[in-house]
Ligand binder design. Structure first.
Ligand SMILES: *Cc1c(COP(=O)(O)O)cnc(C)c1O
Length: 416
């Protein structure tokens, strides 16, 4: 038991080292976290408990789409909090209805199901697809095709849909009837007997897999094939959707529509929410009792997401995402041309992958030391996911830090 004295000592201890030790003592060992404990943020900056400020080009992994503490966002959540937070899906609530309407008006979908995370949006997509396939193609039609190098989440269905086997280690047996086919290879997709295939799931931009944009021609071939064979086409836009690419949905860059789409991350701007959107033809496979979530479609979460969607769908907002993306990409291209160890620059909009000649990890650590947060995506790829609201001067600042850090690393490696 913790003594009162101990509790008081803890309440007054506020150095980062204290917090790190306390965290280490109580959390399961699931994350190799950086030794930083955050306290508050504003816009593109976040501050740790020691008062050190960081330029945040991680955004909680594409979550804080409007940056930290956006005024309108705080107001929208506060307003809903003062009305009510939760009432269960035994009843309806106005923010959830408005959010579903807002998502539907931005794309080609008819219906929404709300949940609380990306992996749950994938679970809903898998269950809906299997039910639809059983009804329309027969009981034996259960296979889900997934792309090599994909990532779809950590719960058993989504984990089974994740093709990168490093995420499976220690957790077998997985859910049966998932088959990996080769990303960007239509022949590989067509090599599986289509009578057995219920659905195909694909990230239009692979995120955890290293920021790989799908080939436009492959995506079109997949769309045509799925239509021909009555295979449910699921897009996982959990990371790349909701404005991240400069279009509301990432697939709008390809003029191709999926049957189902999974969203999460940036949708709630920091409030946990996931969504599955579907066309009527597929959505109708779900009947009362088939699927559900206690928290899903919670009024508070939906009010947060509604504010994000209302903000992001605006063409001026999306135009500014395109402009800052271009600014960032032009600067990175210059960096590449000047020989700073950059092999390739990938992604779309403000989802940027930078493939390096050397390991990404030391670069990430140097960036942290220089007051900037960035991510990796595989051993040699840096990933930039700034808030969609990032300002031109902040892009300049990020480029300055990255230029310095890459030049230092390059010269370190060259001088032994
Ligand atoms: C993050 C992510 C998921 C999982 O989302 P969680 O909210 O962590 O469950 C699934 N698919 C993609 C593409 C993601 O980036």
């Amino acid at each position: 038991m913790t003594s009162e004295l101990e509790t008081n000592r803890r309440a007054s201890s506020d150095t980062q080292q204290d917090w790190l030790e306390r965290g280490k003592a109580v959390f399961m060992n699931t994350y190799a976290s950086y030794p930083i404990v955050f306290k508050k943020g504003k816009g593109t900056y976040i501050e740790d408990v020691n008062g050190k400020k960081y330029l945040d080009f991680v955004s909680g992994i594409a979550v804080n789409s409007l940056g930290h503490c956006d005024e309108g966002y705080v107001e929208a959540i506060t307003e809903q909090l003062n009305l009510f937070s939760h009432c269960s899906n035994l009843y309806l609530n106005t923010p959830a209805i408005k959010l579903a309407e807002a998502l539907i008006r931005n794309g080609s979908f008819d219906r929404a199901f709300f949940c609380n995370s990306g992996t749950e949006a994938i679970e809903a997509a898998l269950k809906l697809s299997r039910k639809y396939a059983k009804q329309t193609k027969g009981e034996q039609c259960t296979t889900i095709l997934t792309m090599s190098n994909s990532f779809h989440g950590r719960t058993y269905g989504a984990l089974s849909a994740t093709a990168q086997t490093k995420y499976h280690q220690g957790f077998h047996p997985l859910v049966p009837d998932f088959q990996t086919v080769t990303f960007n290879d239509i022949q590989s997709v067509q090599s599986i007997d289509p009578k057995t295939v219920a659905a195909l799931i694909i990230e239009p931009i692979q995120g955890e897999g290293g920021i790989h944009v799908v080939d436009a021609n492959f995506l079109k071939q997949v769309r045509d094939y799925c239509t021909e064979q009555n295979i449910v086409l699921i897009f996982d836009e959990i990371q790349c959707g909701v404005g991240r690419t400069g279009k509301f949905f990432a697939h709008q860059n390809f003029d191709i529509e999926p049957d189902l789409i999974a969203l999460a991350k940036g949708l709630g701007g920091g409030f946990p929410i996931g969504a599955l959107l579907a066309k009527d033809k597929f959505a109708s496979a779900f009947q009362p009792g088939d699927h559900g979530s206690t928290f899903g479609g919670n009024a508070l979460a939906c009010a947060a997401a509604l504010f994000c969607v209302n903000t992001i769908e605006n063409s001026e907002f999306l135009g500014s995402v395109e402009r800052t993306s271009k600014q960032l990409r032009d600067a990175l291209k210059k960096m590449q041309d000047s020989g700073n160890g950059i092999i390739a620059i990938r992604g779309l909009g403000l989802m940027v992958g930078i493939e390096l000649e050397f390991l990404a990890k030391p670069i990430i650590q140097s960036c942290i030391a220089n007051g900037m947060l960035i991510l990796g995506a595989g051993d040699k790829v840096l990933r930039l996911l700034p808030p969609l609201t990032v300002q031109p001067a902040e892009v300049d600042e990020a480029v300055t830090i990255l230029t310095k850090v890459l030049a230092e690393q390059k010269s370190n490696l060259e001088n032994g």
